[in-house]
Design a protein around this ligand. Structure first.
Ligand code: ADP
Ligand code: MG
Length: 303
């Protein structure tokens, strides 16, 4: 179990995180979300022991995670961290990079292990390619494979799929998260991508204004987002009479009290997002077809 108690941290004088408290169980997947600059990367670095805390403490089981002031070598055997900027050996092959921390004592086992890891990150065909010739997304996958190579107990991933294109993202994400779950590896992911969270995270921590604004299961937060920040992470939404109403919860009907004029229809693939205007406010709703600009529509909220 990871335990974070009263954690506070500032760079120089700017306070980034203040008095955070949370726990993560063995094998649990937790995502950390929040606007850019809200301290997601900083939190992961602190969990990894890269900086000294201003206040508070972090424990993994019985071991305290200590910063550089108290710990000569940053990092711990049981924990792996994949930074937003990954640090690979450019002039050696993908396979060598992935196997960097594996023992050379059992060469056959090492080879099999590397093959298994390359399978997880879908880089089997690139085993012998030099890392410097890879794309950003491929490098990100090498960094991921290297981090899981030695079966850490806990892994910290900072925007792990941010460089990977949409063609590969979906299947890679399923493979990596399934692998971590199957091996009971605790996983903390900083992300701005809801697809990294929905379907994979057991819990979400929402950082806002130096604090944890929410700490709950994605489903609970989705159903009851409470704040605009949380709602916006999931979907397009409206604030109607101070209630958060997702765009897909507004439906066009023959007649109702909520009337709006259509401004624009945006093609979204499976539906259109319609921008409209009432006398008081702008509204967004989803519709199977585009609606001509200027059309008057009546809307109802379906829960
Ligand atoms: P996020 O990952 O959520 O985008 P970060 O943790 O990177 O946020 O940054 C949080 C805040 O700390 C930002 O205001 C950022 O500018 C600041 N910050 C990040 N790294 C440093 C640093 N090395 N020195 C000083 N300020 C930093
Ligand atoms: Mg970041």
């Amino acid at each position: 179990m990871l335990k974070v108690h009263q954690l506070s941290f500032s760079y120089n004088t700017t306070s980034v995180l203040e008095q955070l408290n949370f726990e993560v169980r063995q094998g649990e997947h937790v995502s950390v979300i929040g606007e850019s600059g809200s301290g997601k990367s900083t939190l992961l670095k602190l969990l990894h022991g890269e900086y000294d805390l201003d206040q508070g403490e972090i424990f993994w089981k019985d071991e305290q995670i200590l910063g550089p002031k108290y710990n000569l070598v940053v990092g711990y055997e049981f924990m792996k961290y994949v930074a937003q900027e990954f640090d690979l050996m450019p002039f050696t092959s993908v396979a060598e990079n992935v196997g960097k921390f594996l023992s050379n004592f059992y060469p056959e086992e090492k080879k099999e292990r590397i093959a298994e890891l390359l399978e997880v990150v879908e880089l089997t065909d690139f085993a012998n390619t030099k890392v410097k010739t890879l794309s950003g997304g491929q490098k990100q996958r090498v960094a991921l494979a290297r981090a899981i190579a030695k079966q850490p107990e806990i892994i910290l991933l900072d925007e792990p799929f941010s460089h990977i294109d949409n063609f590969q993202k979906q299947s890679l994400r399923r493979k990596v998260f399934k692998y971590l779950k199957d091996k009971n590896i605790t996983c903390i992911v900083a992300t701005h991508d809801r697809d990294d969270v929905l379907g994979f995270s057991d819990r979400m921590l929402v950082l806002n204004n130096t604090k944890i604004a929410a700490n709950a299961a994605p489903k609970a937060l989705y159903k009851n987002p409470e704040t605009a920040l949380v709602a916006a992470f999931f979907r397009e939404f409206n604030s109607i009479d101070q209630n958060i109403v997702y765009a897909h919860q507004l439906q066009v009907v023959e007649n109702s009290d909520l009337k709006a004029k259509v401004i624009h229809s945006y093609f979204k693939g499976a539906y259109y997002l319609i921008e409209a205007e009432t006398e008081q406010q702008q509204l967004f709703f989803e519709h199977p077809e585009p609606i001509p600009t200027g059309t008057d529509v009546s809307l109802v909220i379906k829960i």
